[in-house]
Design a protein around this ligand. Structure first.
Ligand code: UD1
Length: 343
């Protein structure tokens, strides 16, 4: 039997797209763990439909270490863990900091404890460009100094990286890749899976697609920034490109290409896109005109951030494939699936 990869947060947005990549590759068997706090178990059926492959699932709250241990007791050899499970809303983290510190850090320490107990040597951690804080050093490289976190969410990612580094220092033979995602958007090209916010979304692209179907109202948060059109600039990256980077990161560790126990990569396209440009890209691919109004700046927003992605390109042999138009086209297709299914 092939070695197993444990994927936590596997029913979530990035987790489910990565599950597809892993199953398509077929190098490993997969144990998919989630507690469906911000996802649905039904997503797994879509993953099975897309890939034609089977995999094991477990409904586990990772804050419960005993449950985690039990769910993996039957597995002979775990080749690695990809740890996605975490809360991810910036505004919610500002309103409920303890929830974020508790959940995001306890789940991480429990998963690392499992690595220690079962001698699991490969680990991939979902980090975020939000660790860079409000930096004026653009594009950001992996050596750009990390600034003060702008939210408890971002702080949990900074602390999370520190925890993985400390753990690697104390456990020789343990190797990790930290992936700093920029702004993951878009959906699987089949239109079968995508981001499934359980509550009102806070992120731009789901708000754009919901606005286009009359379920939300888009406010552009500020048009007085020192950018080319006054709106904020971000590095939007297709979720399937992010997923692809995870299987490459696993290969990188399996082939022992890493020079250090912990490697760090930015995952962005390298291109900044303004909020108004993103809206125009959506209008172009959907053929719809999107109503929006300009509102005040949103607290905690950084003016502009985009990646220098050369390290991931060379070390992981990773090349983002999707353009901003593809991102909007697939997000729109996914919104139409949601509409059809809720009709
Ligand atoms: C932030 C984090 C990112 C994290 C993500 C998780 C930073 C720099 N980035 O992304 O690492 O993974 O949260 O949720 O902290 N906007 C509007 N109107 C809206 C919604 C958004 O104008 O209704 C604008 C925002 O001001 C921003 C851009 O759209 O300029 C993207 O916002 P959003 O999708 O919320 O992501 P970030 O806050 O950039």
């Amino acid at each position: 039997m092939a070695d197993t990869i444990v994927v936590t947060g596997a029913a979530g947005y990035i987790g489910s797209h990565t599950l597809i990549e892993l199953l398509k590759e077929g190098k490993y068997t997969v144990l998919a763990i989630d507690n469906y706090s911000n996802s649905k178990a039904e997503t797994y059926n879509r993953v099975r439909q897309i890939t034609g492959k089977e995999f094991e699932t477990a409904n586990i709250d990772l804050c419960n270490y005993e449950a985690l241990l039990k769910s993996t007791a039957h597995l002979d050899k775990i080749a690695g863990i990809i740890h996605f499970a975490a809360y991810k809303s910036v505004p919610e983290s500002v309103a409920k900091p303890l929830l974020y510190y508790h959940n995001n850090l306890e789940t991480l320490t429990n998963v690392l404890r499992l690595c220690e107990e079962k001698a699991i040597r490969r680990f991939i951690f979902s980090s975020s460009c939000s660790v860079y804080g409000n930096t004026s050093d653009l594009p950001v490289t992996e050596t750009t100094p990390v600034q003060k976190a702008e939210s408890p969410y971002a702080h949990t990612k900074q602390i999370g990286e520190d925890i993985v580094n400390a753990f690697a220092l104390a456990n020789s033979g343990f190797n990790a890749v930290l992936l700093r995602y920029f702004n993951p958007v878009g959906a699987h090209p089949t239109g079968l899976i995508g981001e499934l916010p359980q509550n009102r979304p806070n992120n731009l692209v789901p708000i754009i697609t919901q606005t286009a179907v009359g379920k939300n109202q888009l406010t552009v948060f500020g048009n007085d920034y020192s950018t080319r059109d006054g709106s904020c600039i971000r590095d939007y990256i297709h979720v399937c490109d992010i997923a692809d980077a995870h299987t490459r990161a696993l290969d990188y560790l399996a082939e022992e290409k890493n020079n250090m126990p912990v490697s760090l990569f930015n995952l962005g396209t390298g291109h900044g896109v303004s909020v108004l440009e993103a809206i125009r890209a959506f209008e172009k691919v959907s053929g719809a005109s999107l109503p929006y109004h300009i509102g005040p700046r949103r607290a905690g927003d950084v003016e502009a951030i985009y990646a220098d992605n050369r390290l991931a390109r060379t070390e992981l042999d990773w090349t983002p494939q999707y353009t901003i138009d593809d991102m909007m086209r697939t997000a729109w297709k996914w919104q139409q699936t949601i509409e059809k299914e809720s009709a």
